[in-house]
Design a protein around this ligand. Structure first.
Ligand code: SF4
Length: 351
C-alpha cells in the first residue's frame, strides 16, 4: 500500500509539531526517486516531499523521513494498570500513561478517534522529561510508562528513546498497541518492553480490510514474536454483527490457545463511536464469548461491561479468587510465595 490518501484524512490539517517538535529523523526508511519509503509498518508508504504517510505523523521533509510527533504528548495521566487493560502485570498498580497523535489503522469504530485523528492539542515532553516524570510519580505508586491512547508504534523513535531511559531508571515499559509493525523495528523495541496488550480486532482479514483499512495477519505475528520476550495480553473489541459470532470468537480462542492457554484475553464491549453507529454490544454476545473462551483459556475477562465474575482473576487449578476487581480497582493479589494462596498452584501473575 502506498501513501495515497485512501483513509480520507484531511490533508489541509496535517499533523505538525510546530515550534514544540524536534523534527527528529525517522528510523526505517529509504529513498525512491524524489519520494521516501517508510518501512516501519506494513503499509510501506511511499511519501512525496511535504506529505505524510497514512499514519499522518511520519513525513517527507527535505527528502528525508521525519518523525513529526517526536516529543509531542497529547495526554499524560497516572492510570490504573487495569485500564490498559493489563490484569496479570503488577495488578492494582498505577502507570504513567502517555499518548500522542495518529494511527496506522483507520477503524470506523475507533474508540479514541479524537486523539488518533489529531483533534486534541499536544505539548512537548522530551524522553528525559518523561522518564524523570515517571520517577517522580513513583511516590504515587507509578511503576513506569505506558505508551497508549493513540497507536504508539508510529511514535517509534520516541517510544524507543524513552523506554531506554525508563529501563535505566529501573521502571517498566508497557505498550498498548494494534500490533501493526514490521519485524525489524519490533525486534529493536522488544528488549525494552516489559508488557504489552495487543488489540486483535478480528481473525478475519476481511474485517481488517473493510473496517480498519489495514492488514490483519501482522498483529498476530506481533503477539507470536513478543511471547516469551515480554508479558503479553490480548484484547478483542466485540462489535455486534461484525466479529461477535461464536465462529469468529472460536477462531480467536483457538489461535490464542494454540500459542498458550495462559495468555489473558479481554473481550471488550463496543460503544458507538467515530463512524460506526451500531448499538453497543449486547451483553449476551459478551457472555457467549466469555463462555466459549473459558472452555480453552485459563484467564478470560470482559471489559467495558459489568458481568458477574468476569473481571476477577481466579486460580486455574482451584478456582479461588486471587485478584478481585471492581471497575479499575484491584485487590492485592492473594498469593503465597508467588503462587495461589489457597492451593499453591501457579497463577501467572507478574508482581
Ligand atoms: S508508520 Fe506511517 S508512514 Fe510509515 S508505513 Fe506505517 S502508516 Fe506509512
Amino acid at each position: 500500500m502506498n501513501g495515497a490518501p485512501t483513509l480520507g484524512r484531511d490533508e489541509s490539517r496535517p499533523y505538525t509539531t510546530g515550534p514544540m517538535g524536534e523534527l527528529r529523523e525517522a528510523a526505517y526508511w529509504s529513498v525512491e526517486g524524489e519520494r521516501v519509503r517508510c518501512a516501519l509498518c506494513p503499509h510501506h508508504c511511499l511519501i512525496a516531499e511535504g506529505k505524510q504517510g497514512l499514519c499522518g505523523v511520519r513525513g517527507n521533509r527535505g527528502g528525508r523521513l521525519r518523525a513529526l510527533t517526536y516529543g509531542v504528548v497529547t495526554a499524560a495521566n497516572l492510570d490504573p494498570i487495569e485500564k490498559k487493560p493489563l490484569y496479570h502485570f503488577h495488578p492494582g498498580s498505577a502507570i504513567l500513561s502517555l499518548g500522542s497523535w495518529g494511527c496506522n489503522l483507520s477503524c470506523d469504530f475507533c474508540q479514541n478517534w479524537h486523539i488518533s485523528t489529531g483533534e486534541v492539542p499536544g505539548s512537548h515532553l522530551s524522553p528525559q522529561e518523561a522518564a524523570d516524570l515517571a520517577v517522580r510519580e513513583e511516590r504515587r505508586g507509578n511503576i513506569g510508562i505506558s505508551y497508549t491512547y493513540n497507536e504508539p508504534l508510529i511514535w517509534f523513535e520516541y517510544v524507543l528513546d524513552t523506554s531506554r531511559l525508563v529501563r535505566e531508571r529501573g521502571l517498566k515499559n508497557v505498550l498498548v498497541t494494534n500490533g501493526e509493525i514490521e519485524e525489524g523495528p519490533l525486534e529493536e523495541l522488544l528488549p525494552y518492553i516489559d508488557a504489552m496488550n495487543v488489540d486483535i480486532k478480528a481473525m478475519a482479514d476481511d474485517f481488517y480490510r473493510r473496517l480498519c483499512h489495514g492488514p490483519g495477519s501482522v498483529p498476530r505475528r506481533t503477539v507470536e514474536r513478543a511471547l516469551g520476550r515480554c508479558h503479553v495480553e490480548v484484547t478483542n473489541l466485540l462489535i455486534p454483527g461484525e466479529n461477535d459470532s461464536a465462529e469468529q470468537v472460536g477462531a480467536l480462542v483457538d489461535w490464542v490457545a494454540g500459542l498458550s492457554d495462559r495468555i489473558p484475553v479481554h473481550f471488550s464491549r463496543y460503544h458507538p463511536a467515530h463512524k460506526m453507529t451500531k448499538p453497543p454490544t449486547p451483553l449476551a454476545s459478551l457472555e457467549q464469548a466469555y463462555r466459549i473462551a473459558s472452555e480453552k483459556l485459563k484467564y478470560v475477562y470482559v471489559g467495558n461491561a459489568r458481568l458477574p465474575n468476569a473481571s476477577d482473576t481466579r486460580c486455574p487449578s482451584c478456582g479461588a479468587v486471587v485478584v478481585e476487581r471492581d471497575g479499575f480497582s484491584a485487590s492485592p493479589p492473594r498469593l503465597s510465595d508467588g503462587r495461589c494462596g489457597e492451593c499453591g498452584s501457579e497463577v501467572d501473575l507478574v508482581t
